[in-house]
Design a protein around this ligand. Structure first.
Ligand SMILES: *[C@@H]1O[C@H](CO)[C@@H](O)[C@H](O)[C@H]1NC(C)=O
Ligand SMILES: *[C@@H]1O[C@H](CO)[C@@H](O)[C@H](O)[C@H]1NC(C)=O
Ligand SMILES: *[C@@H]1O[C@H](CO)[C@@H](O)[C@H](O)[C@H]1NC(C)=O
Ligand SMILES: *[C@@H]1O[C@H](CO)[C@@H](O)[C@H](O)[C@H]1NC(C)=O
Ligand SMILES: *[C@@H]1O[C@H](CO)[C@@H](O)[C@H](O)[C@H]1NC(C)=O
Ligand SMILES: *[C@@H]1O[C@H](CO)[C@@H](O)[C@H](O)[C@H]1NC(C)=O
Ligand SMILES: *[C@@H]1O[C@H](CO)[C@@H](O)[C@H](O)[C@H]1NC(C)=O
Length: 615
């Protein structure tokens, strides 16, 4: 940067400055002797308010002879290209300077030196590419700085270090690619920073740590895919954070908002695929939350309860298909919910902590099914603010196109009806089965709206959709590798907004026989489940009873005949030798059909042995 610095000082502009200073001095002398208010040609001056308005008069340079008492100088909409060293040093009383909409490409070091009273400085919509360190020297009282809509690429260390009183700073719509770590050093009073429309690819965490009293931060168009942990953790006074138009931003890491105590958070026009429950959890002072224009599909139940003080929740134009029961549980102050332009078919009263606090609901442009689930909302319709767009019924044939304000009080209960669920095909499902099989119980139901089916196990706990025992998406219950302790009565429960219906089914699992020798079925049990269609076909026995019996018979016959032949041979042989061995140990490998192969988990290769005594 040092090189750039010297370059600015060594230009022709500098020589020109000397002439200009001389000229200004001469004019200054003339002014003090004659009238103090000599309005520059083409400008409009208001002498009582001490304002000089030279807006849109095609100045190529800052005019000379500006009244020294001026409090306001408007030079916007001109063609000024450069601001010279100490350009405004005579204007010691100037409070407001507007240089927006010019062609500024260069601001020399100490350009504003001398105008120590200046409170606001506007430089937006110029062609600045760089701001030299020291350009703002002397502006110790400046409160507002606007350098938006230029082409600035980087902020260098200590660029703003003289602006100790600065409260509001916007650098929106520049092409910032980098903010140096010490760039914001000295901005000890800054309360609001706008970095909208800048192409930053990372959160300038280091630079932001300097802004200890910052209250508002606006970021647009960040090229991030995720907001890293501890990105903003030194901004303990930050109240409002706005992040928008980050098309690659999909997630906020768990600790990304760590250290913040926000009252207002907006993350919109990004690609969040879910509500960031965990990063939000500690924001107990949050009042306003806007997650509009993201690809969020669900608001899950019971996960936002820590946001005790939340009053407004906006989630417009997302892809919401469901707001689960208990979604806003704990939000006892929720006044406004705006979920316009989503894919919601309903909004149940059970989602809210209390519907009494609600004042505004945006629910237009959703494919709403007008049934008993929306009755609560229709009953409140005259006391709610729908933002000028009342919801309309879309999915039910009968009420197609009906606007919420079209209903009369009397017809509500008759039109917005639900039908209680009814479980179809109530045939007794009573399954007796051997350990190790897979069993499926069916449960189909009807109702309006379509009931959701869940299963309770014999301990009356809900069966989840994963695991050995699980509910399938078509409403069936699947028990894989049944175990004796799975036995008992299961309940299918079909429920919708109108009520529930349930159906018991029973399962009896027979344990494996204690040893492999016992293949005979005990009294009253069959090798088949009593209700064979409910046993998964793939898991049926690999052989039938006939095969088993034949195999067993052949096995025993051949086994005993071999042993007998063997003993007879040994008997004669030992007689001939004169030595008698009274016992013999015979090891054998049981044939698979004789072992417990029907269990599906045979360890039948292990040899068994028995001892025989010779007669
Ligand atoms: C300055 O003049 C312009 C154009 O003549 C006008 O639009 C603007 O309102 C004026 N501003 C002030 C502060 O008087
Ligand atoms: C900043 O982003 C805009 C839009 O994405 C793009 O047109 C522009 O070229 C980018 N500028 C830089 C310096 O990367
Ligand atoms: C961010 O913080 C979360 C929550 O503590 C943690 O689970 C995660 O591993 C962290 N990620 C990184 C990249 O540090
Ligand atoms: C958080 O902010 C609220 C008001 O916005 C304030 O009352 C509270 O004291 C703050 N908490 C902390 C820990 O700073
Ligand atoms: C919801 O947001 C949309 C779009 O921003 C707006 O038009 C509508 O008025 C809002 N509704 C309510 C109830 O605030
Ligand atoms: C449900 O799905 C399971 C596994 O996909 C299948 O075996 C069963 O037949 C299905 N039930 C019905 C009633 O369609
Ligand atoms: C079914 O409805 C009854 C009352 O109608 C209720 O007490 C019960 O809790 C409901 N059961 C389930 C599982 O929803």
């Amino acid at each position: 940067m040092q090189a750039g610095h010297q370059m600015f000082e060594g230009t022709d502009a500098h020589r020109w400055t000397s002439w200009r200073v001389l000229y200004l001095l001469a004019v200054g002398v003339a002014l003090t002797t004659e009238t103090r208010w000599l309005c520059p040609p083409s400008c409009h001056c208001n002498t009582s308010a001490l304002e000089v308005n030279c807006s849109g008069v095609q100045f190529m340079t800052v005019p000379s002879g500006l009244p020294r008492e001026a409090k306001l100088l408007n030079l916007s909409h001109n063609s000024v290209k450069t601001l010279l060293h100490q350009q405004f040093h005579t204007l010691t009383h100037l409070l407001h300077l507007d240089l927006s909409d010019n062609l500024l490409v260069l601001i020399e070091v100490e350009a504003f030196l001398g105008s120590q009273s200046l409170l606001t400085l506007r430089l937006s919509r110029n062609q600045l590419k760089i701001i030299p360190v020291g350009a703002f020297a002397g502006l110790t009282n400046l409160q507002l700085l606007d350098i938006s809509s230029n082409q600035i690429l980087v902020f260098l260390d200590f660029t703003f270090s003289d602006l100790a009183a600065l409260q509001f700073f916007t650098a929106a719509y520049n092409e910032l690619v980098f903010i140096s770590h010490q760039a914001f050093t000295g901005l000890t009073s800054l309360q609001e920073l706008h970095l909208d429309g800048c192409n930053l690819t990372a959160v300038p965490t280091e630079a932001l740590t300097q802004l200890r009293v910052l209250k508002g931060l606006h970021f647009h168009r960040l090229g991030l895919t995720t907001l890293p942990n501890y990105s903003l953790h030194h901004l303990v006074h930050l109240k409002e954070l706005i992040i928008s138009h980050c098309p690659r931003l999909e997630t906020l890491l768990g600790n990304s908002l760590f250290g913040l105590n926000l009252t207002s958070l907006t993350i919109k026009h990004c690609s969040l695929n879910g509500v960031p429950y965990i990063p939000l959890r500690h924001l107990v002072y949050l009042v306003y939350l806007d997650l509009s224009f993201n690809s969020i599909t669900y608001i899950r139940g019971n996960l936002l309860g820590d946001l005790l003080r939340l009053q407004e929740f906006h989630l417009v134009s997302a892809s919401l298909v469901c707001i689960e029961t208990g979604a806003f549980k704990g939000l006892a102050h929720l006044k406004l919910l705006n979920v316009s332009r989503n894919l919601l078919t309903t909004l149940e009263a059970g989602a809210f902590h209390s519907v009494e606090t609600l004042k505004s609901v945006g629910l237009d442009n959703n494919p709403l099914a007008c049934d008993c689930r929306l009755l609560w909302l229709l009953r409140k319709r005259l006391h709610l603010d729908f933002g000028g767009r009342p919801p309309t019924c879309t999915t039910s044939v009968q009420l197609q196109g009906w606007n919420f304000l079209d209903f009369s009080e009397g017809e509500l209960p008759n039109l917005l009806t639900c039908r209680q669920p009814r479980i179809l095909n109530r045939k007794l499902q009573d399954v007796k089965v051997d350990q190790g099989h897979t069993v499926v119980f069916y449960c189909s139901s009807e109702g309006d709206p379509l009931p959701s089916v869940s299963w309770l196990n014999p301990q009356l706990k809900y069966v989840s959709s994963v695991g050995r025992i699980r509910t399938l998406s078509n409403g069936s219950l699947e028990v894989r590798y049944v175990q004796p302790h799975d036995s008992g009565t299961y309940f299918c429960v079909a429920s919708n907004a109108a009520g529930n219906d349930s159906l018991p089914v029973s399962l009896h699992v027979r344990a494996f026989p204690p040893s492999s020798k016992n293949h005979f079925l005990p009294q009253g049990w069959s090798a088949f489940p009593s209700d064979s269609p409910t046993v998964n076909g793939n898991q049926k026995f690999p052989f039938d009873v006939k095969t088993l019996l034949i195999a067993a018979t052949i096995g025993f016959v051949s086994f005993f005949s071999s042993v007998t032949v063997c003993f007879i041979f040994m008997f004669f042989w030992s007689k001939g030798k004169g030595q008698i061995k009274h016992t013999a140990t015979i090891a054998y490998v049981p044939r698979s059909t004789m072992s417990n192969s029907n269990s599906g988990k045979g360890n039948s290769t292990e040899p068994s042995r028995f001892t025989m005594k010779l007669i």
